[in-house]
Structures are given as C-alpha cells and as structure tokens.
Design a protein around this ligand. Structure first.
Ligand code: NAP
Length: 506
C-alpha cells in the first residue's frame, strides 16, 4: 500500500522535529529536506533518524531540480556522506532512504548506503514539464534492482498527467514513485496507489515556516483525514469531479464525509482538467465509477455518453456520469436539485401562475428553464449574448432579451421570482459581479442566485437590502449532490444524514 511521506522544510532540525511530532499520526515516513536547513544545521543531520523515530529520507535537492541547495556538488556529496557516516547496526538509527538524482554518479555513496541498509531513491525531476520518454526513464534510471525510481515531473495539462499514468501502467512490475507536479497533477498524489506510486509526498500547510516542498502537494491532514489515504487500495471505488478551473468546490468534502460515515470503501477526488477528451481517457484508465461534471464541460461531455436520461436529452447538459456495464450514462441532477431547493424555500409544490426571470443561458440555466417549464412557470430569459437567450427560449416558447436596461420593462412583467444562473458574483470572478445592476428591486421579488461562494453575492445583497427574500445556491448544491450519491451508489442518500447535511455539519 502507498505510504504518506511528510516533507520537512523548516530551517532547523529542532523545528522539523516539532512539526513531525505534531503530524506524526498522519505520516508513515518523513523526508528531511536538508536543502531548506540553515548551513550550520546541515552539519548536524546524522542523528535525525533516531530522533524522528520513523523512517526518514535524506534529500538535498538542487535549485535546478526545484530545491533550495545552491552550493557546489562537492559540498552536497559531502553532506550526503555525513548523513550516512558512522552507520549503526540498528537500522532505525540510520536514514532509511537516500535520494540521489539520476545524473549524480558517486559509487562511494551507493556503497556506503548499501552497507547499512539505506535504500536509494534514484530521482528525476522536471519542474517545467513532462518528458516524452517517461517509460525509458523509469526503466533505465536505477543502478541496481534494490533502488526505487522516482519521476517527478510538472503537468502543464491533463495530457501530461495521462502520459505519466500510462507510463506507470507500462512499468507496473517495478517499484517506483510517480508524481505529476502542479495543480493538474494533484490527484496523482491522492491516488498514488492507482498511479502505481509507492510514496505520496505531502507537507503540513498550517506551518508557515515549513513551506510545501513542491507545487500541487496536498496538506498532510487533508490527505489523511478527508481522503482517508491509508484506506485507498486497488479495490477502492474512485469518484470525482471534473471542470476547469475547479477552484472552489465543496463536493470532495461532502462526498468523502458521507463515504466515511457510511464506512464505504470509496473516495471522491477533484480532477481539474483542461481537456474533456483527455480527462475521459484518464477516467477510463482509472476505472472511475462516477463523475460530477461542472463548468465548462456539462455540454461537451455529451458525445462521450453511451446512454443518457431524458433530462439530459431535453436539457442538453449533463452534470453526472455513471459507469454502467454498457459504458458511461449521463444524468442531470441540477434540474431536480434546483426545483427542490426553490420550491422548499417558497413552500410551494409547483411554479404555476409564477412569472419568472432567468438570468443567463448557460448549462445551469438550461436545467433551471427545463424545470420551470415542467412545473408550470411563465419565463423570461435574459442573457448577455441575447441570441443565446432566444435559442434557449424557443422550444418552450418563452420570452427572451438582452441583459441591459432595455429589458427593465420586460422584467417588470416577470418579477415574481428572479433567478441568477451565471458565474457572475462567484468568488474570484470580480468583473461585473452583479449582472442585474441596472434593475432596481421593488422588494417583492423572491430572488435566487445559483452561486454559493460567497453566501451573499452582490446581487443577493442588493435584493435583500431592498426587502426581497433571498436564497443562494448551497441548498441546491446539496440536493443535487444527494441525487448524485444515489446515482453513484445505487442507494438512496441515507436518511439519518439528511438533517446533518441541512444543518451544514457535512
Ligand atoms: P456556464 O455554462 O459557463 O454559464 C455561462 C452563462 O453565464 C452564459 O449565459 C454567459 O453569458 C453567462 N455569463 C458568464 N459571465 C457573465 C457575466 N460576468 N455577466 C453576465 N453573464 C455572464 O456555467 P454554468 O454551468 O451554467 O454555471 C453557472 C453558475 O451556476 C456557476 O457559478 C456555477 O457554480 C453555478 N451552479 C450552481 C449549482 C448549484 O448546485 N448551486 C449548480 C450548477 C451551477 P454569455 O452567453 O453572454 O457568455
């Protein structure tokens, strides 16, 4: 089973030991990053493994490989030799591993390591990109069969992660460490077992004086607690969410908490992806069981479906993939999530006799308009690009318009409920955050914003100040996730968890 290695990057040995003690229960081993130590401290590393009380990797990473060491190679080799010197017969007092880059050829170090059972991690780093010849690298780096090949390369795209995954599969018979660095590759660290990597390197993000050792690392507590890393095996069912940029998503916390409470052998992982084509190949290689799909892939994922629900067919947007024996089935849980949330908020059973303005004509708007139609509302669709509003309105024979003051008179005829479905107002999306800034609320409108980060968008704040009842998208998110849970697992969302979800405990 893959092990969790806590990277220690503080400036002193004492501080590294404090950090190790604090997070000991989450880690199986530690990596002493000597390159982060102050120069005087580097001379005192020999006793560190004994003090650490767990297997320790000795690493002195050069700046060209993404580390902090700027001295000459002679000094670096000397420090490594110091770490190995006066080896003891009790192996727990020696470094368990020595990390040596594949271009560093020092037979005396290898010999010293070999004599007292320090295993060599033969490492290759590329902080700029992912090399084409990874299989050759993994196969040819080691100087002896006892060494572990480590390939740590930057993923600039989903294709890069796919390349590493495929290379790992080709070398399945060999012990190795594989890492896709950067945000596209974060899941290679969570799913180390599935990538065929024996170690996942992590850092303690809360310790400000010990910075993460590499881009894309996951915090040690998050890896251990949220993702239950130690429980992930080849038989664990893997689910996840894909989208781009996929920054603020609550779904992993939600699903992983429910899986833990239900004692399910399952994990839910974020898959940021710059290409839906490459992501679907990754999904197939990793045998994902189910996927939540978000911006911008709800429409572009449809050609990959082998079957779909009537809702996906009618809405033209899919936010849920379920693996079936016949291939990928697409569903849309946004629709029922939306109507369930808004009807509960209004204490209604349908939208009959309600005149509703919908802002936006993207993927979420399609699900909203479909449900409003199904449940009897009369609708006006307004969109920045007016012809898209017209396209969405046409099959339902709904009214439409552009998103500017020329539509004020129309809104006044459709103002029982106003629903904001665009990403405007979302955290990090600060240009024109209030898409309805030209409209003055009367105070009688019921206003819903599908955005839930932040809780109060500029539009909701303005509506609330005018006296309107307002609802954000969090309850919808939870409801649609509960439907996804049922699709993913074939079981209803557990009754005893419903109230905990409602009160925000999950
Ligand atoms: P999308 O397909 O990318 O949305 C595109 C739509 O937003 C288009 O109509 C676009 O107008 C419009 N738009 C984008 N930026 C705008 C701006 N600054 N001002 C005015 N209009 C703007 O995205 P989506 O999948 O529909 O999702 C939209 C939002 O709903 C996201 O924030 C998402 O997180 C949220 N959502 C929430 C839930 C939930 O459960 N609460 C579920 C689904 C979605 P143009 O056509 O002119 O480009």
């Amino acid at each position: 089973m893959a092990k969790i290695c806590l990277c220690l990057t503080a400036k002193t040995l004492k501080r590294n030991l404090e950090i190790l003690d604090k997070y000991r229960k989450y880690a199986d081993m530690a990596e002493l990053r000597v390159d982060y130590l102050e120069p005087d401290e580097r001379l005192l590393i020999r006793r560190f493994p004994e003090q650490a009380g767990m297997p320790v990797i000795l690493t002195i990473r050069r700046q060209i490989d993404g580390g902090q060491f700027v001295g000459g190679e002679g000094v670096r080799i000397n420090l490594m030799a110091r770490g190995l010197a006066f080896a003891e017969t009790d192996r727990r007092r020696n470094f368990a591993f020595l990390d040596i880059e594949d271009d560093l050829n020092v037979p005396s170090l290898e010999e010293a390591a070999g004599t007292f059972g320090t295993r060599i991690i033969r490492s290759y780093h590329n902080a700029r990109g992912t090399d084409a010849n990874l299989i050759v690298k993994i196969r040819s780096m080691r100087h002896s069969g006892d060494e572990i090949a480590k390939v740590s390369v930057r993923a600039n795209s989903t294709k890069d992660v796919l390349h590493l995954l495929k290379a790992g599969r080709e070398c399945a018979d060999q012990e190795k460490i594989l890492i896709s660095m950067g945000r596209y590759g974060t899941y290679s660290r969570i799913l180390a077992e599935q990538f065929g990597s024996t170690i996942s390197y992590t850092s303690a993000f809360a310790e400000e004086d010990a910075p993460p050792a590499a881009p894309g690392q996951v915090d040690v507590q998050e890896l251990s607690k949220q993702y239950r890393f130690r429980g992930i095996t080849k038989t664990t069912k893997v689910y996840g969410i894909t989208g781009n940029p996929l920054k603020a998503t609550s779904s992993p916390r939600f699903f992983n908490t429910v899986f833990e409470l239900e004692a399910a052998n399952a994990v839910y992982v974020p898959f940021p992806a710059d290409s839906i084509i490459d992501f679907m190949e990754i999904a197939n290689h990793l045998s994902l069981e189910g996927v939540s799909v978000t911006i911008p892939y709800k429409e572009s994922v449809i050609p990959f479906l082998n079957s779909m629900t009537d809702e996906v067919q009618s809405i033209g947007a899919c936010n849920t993939l379920i693996l079936t024996p016949q291939g990928w089935k697409g569903a849309n849980t946004d629709a029922r999530g939306f109507s369930g949330s808004l009807l509960a908020f209004l204490d209604r059973e349908n939208f009959k006799r309600q005149r509703v303005t919908v802002i936006g004509a993207g993927g979420a708007a399609r699900a909203v308009v479909f449900e409003l139609h199904r449940l009897g509302a009369k609708v006006l669709i307004l969109n920045r690009t007016a012809h898209k509003a017209a396209q969405l309105a046409a099959p339902y024979k709904f009214a439409w318009g552009g998103l500017d003051e020329r539509s004020i008179a129309k809104i006044e005829k459709y103002h029982d409920i106003i629903i904001q479905t665009t990403p405007a107002g979302m955290e990090g999306n600060d240009d024109s955050p209030d898409p309805l800034a030209f409209y003055n609320f009367s105070g009688r409108e019921e206003v819903m914003d599908l955005v839930y980060h932040p809780k109060m968008t500029p539009l909701l704040k303005r509506a609330s100040n005018a006296g309107c009842n307002v609802l954000n998208g969090y309850d919808m998110l939870i409801r649609q996730a509960q439907y996804q849970y049922a699709y993913f697992t074939g079981k209803e969302f557990p009754d005893h968890l419903v109230s905990r979800v409602r009160y925000g405990e999950i």
